[in-house]
Design a protein around this ligand. Structure first.
Ligand code: KE4
Length: 431
């Protein structure tokens, strides 16, 4: 039974003629849940509207960027005003410096920052800078973490988790895959062993300080601190991929939340206010090797620092300097978590709920979810049915068990109450 309206189906059918899978990013294709995605007409605050006029309470929020919901008046006004002065110059502007200064002021470990156009560009560039800075080639990454579609990241663990990686996508040369070593998230022993087995060869350890791409998986107590110690002992660069956690867990992101400072930080999503912005930055002694400075480590981009995107990001970050925003964000997230837990209890269900600040995920498993294998113990078939029950009820979740809910500061109490009513009915329907 088609659960999407006729106009969405017609529009999505046509999209598939011109765009692979009808989408510009595979996560949107509903592959994990089946059926046709609603084609969106517009958004306002915490609400999304599709071509058939259906209204949804949105917990994707463009996969995290919209911490103030859709079409926030101040963001819209900033972009409109910037537009009237021209959309792009490919030359220095005041807006780039203003956003860079704002990032440096908010993110504790960042002394110098470079703008790019996506989280992928940020992580790709940070790894290249780490390699250029250390003169080393290999990197350590973690199973279940996603750092965008750069070649060095589309690598799964080798036959034994500690051996060199193998490509996780066609088109990735084996020689590049061999330089990425993937170990289990939260497994500090595995990191120690890889560093011991590859003395002086690891350029960087890249980690999501809270994993947000296998659902929500927090770092074990001490895990981030131990990564910091190991990186210091080995001389490799510690990179926090804060594309999701940046500005979501607080003004200073996960590094402020946990009190652990990386050498480089990757940002995306919230930093652009919904426009295409990524950024990477960190210690001045490292960033002063980025072209045209020092060792001239290359990174470039026609639209990097685009004035529309800079102004959208700047106004969004400026709004985030109001502590009341995070008070509200925590209230919203806590109400969601507590309400979901109450629904599970009422129905005698014991599914696992993980939450860190405004990142949360309900897993269709009773196991504790602490890494990728335990996340994969979730019943994705049941999630799929649950997803459609929620969508039918007007609640728009990410179409995968392995994503977070991304609440915003503008979800109202009425939105939350309605969400939890639908959540209860959806759980009951798939019990
Ligand atoms: P983008 O290139 O999509 O802007 O950022 C890549 C990226 C890097 N690091 C982390 C921790 C990320 O979560 C992402 C992108 N996130 C996914 C979903 N969680 C974006 C959705 C999509 O791929 O369409």
């Amino acid at each position: 039974m088609e659960l999407t309206g006729p106009k969405s189906i017609e529009a999505f059918t046509e999209a598939q003629q011109y765009i692979p899978g009808g989408v510009n990013s595979p996560a949107r294709a509903f592959g994990a849940v089946g059926g046709n995605p609603p084609v969106i007409s517009h958004g306002r605050g915490a609400q999304l509207f599709d071509l058939d006029g259906r209204e949804y309470i949105d917990y994707v929020c463009s996969w995290g960027p919209l911490i103030f919901g859709h079409a926030h008046p101040r963001v819209v006004q900033a972009v409109q005003e910037a537009c009237t002065r021209g959309t792009s110059f490919g030359a220095p502007t005041l807006a780039e410096t203003a956003l860079a200064r704002q990032i440096v002021q908010m993110v504790p470990s960042i002394e110098m920052v470079r703008m790019v156009n996506s989280g992928t560009e940020a992580t790709m560039s940070a790894v290249r800078v780490a390699r250029g800075h250390t003169g080393r080639d290999k990197i350590i990454k973690f199973e279940g973490c996603w750092h965008g579609h750069g070649d060095s990241f589309l690598i799964k663990a080798g036959s034994s988790a500690l051996t060199l990686g193998v490509p996780d996508s066609p088109g990735i040369p084996r020689d590049i895959a061999a330089l990425s070593i993937t170990v289990a998230y939260n497994d500090i022993g595995a990191v120690q062993q890889v560093l011991r087995q590859n003395p002086g060869q690891i350029a960087a350890i890249i980690v999501e300080p809270v994993a947000g791409n296998m659902g929500t998986v927090p770092p074990r107590a001490g895990f981030l601190e131990q990564l910091r110690q190991l990186a210091d002992q080995d001389g490799c660069v510690l990179i926090f991929d804060e594309v999701i956690t940046g500005f979501r867990l607080g003004p200073g992101g996960a590094q402020e939340y946990f009190g652990v400072m990386p050498d480089l930080t990757c940002l995306g999503k919230i930093v652009g206010g919904g426009l295409p912005v990524g950024a990477y930055g960190g210690k001045r002694r490292i960033m002063e090797n980025v072209s045209p400075l020092g060792k001239k480590i290359s990174q470039a981009g026609t639209l990097s620092g685009n004035p529309l995107a800079m102004n959208a990001g700047l106004v969004q970050l400026q709004m985030l300097t109001d502590p009341e925003v995070y008070t509200r964000l925590e209230q919203v997230s806590q109400q969601l978590e507590e309400g979901m837990a109450a629904n599970l209890k009422k129905l005698g269900l014991k599914y696992t709920l993980n939450r860190v600040g405004a990142m949360l995920c309900m897993f269709f498993t009773e196991s504790q979810v602490v890494d990728y294998p335990t996340a994969c113990s979730a019943d994705t078939g049941r999630f799929r049915r649950f997803f459609w029950e929620m969508l039918k009820g007007g609640v728009y979740l990410a179409p995968s068990q392995f994503e977070c809910l991304f609440p915003s500061a503008v979800h109202s109490d009425a939105d939350l109450e309605q969400t939890l009513r639908v959540h209860y009915q959806a759980l009951k329907a798939v019990r």
